[in-house]
Design a protein around this ligand. Structure first.
Ligand code: MG
Length: 105
């Protein structure tokens, strides 16, 4: 639980927002979005290999997850805001925790 909250704090960091702004300035808004689409596709491929391929590279899934997370956050920074994304993640994690909590009698 603590680790994902640390991750959210890192993503709200001003230096990271500045890097995302620089990426959008360099490549443009559409390319930021296209990059997220491509990286999510690569993550899906790596996750599929995790299930199907016994000779897979064990670091591939982690690398593609990092790419997907970064490009998704960059897209959310560009189109909405990272605090807004953080708020939704908090809501979704609370929902998951409620699902995992057995009902009281
Ligand atoms: Mg990638």
């Amino acid at each position: 639980m603590k680790n994902y909250k640390d991750t959210l704090r890192v993503l709200a960091d001003a230096d990271i927002r500045a890097t995302f702004d620089a990426a959008a300035d360099r490549w443009g808004r559409d390319e930021v979005i296209i990059s997220a689409i491509e990286e999510c596709g690569e993550f899906i491929q790596a996750a599929s290999k995790e299930l199907m391929d016994k000779k897979r590279d064990p670091n591939n899934l982690i690398e593609e997850a990092a790419d997907a997370i970064i490009t998704i956050c960059n897209t959310m920074h560009e189109l909405h805001s990272l605090p807004e994304l953080n708020g939704w993640i908090e809501k979704k994690m609370a929902k998951l925790n409620r699902k995992l909590t057995p009902p009281e009698d």
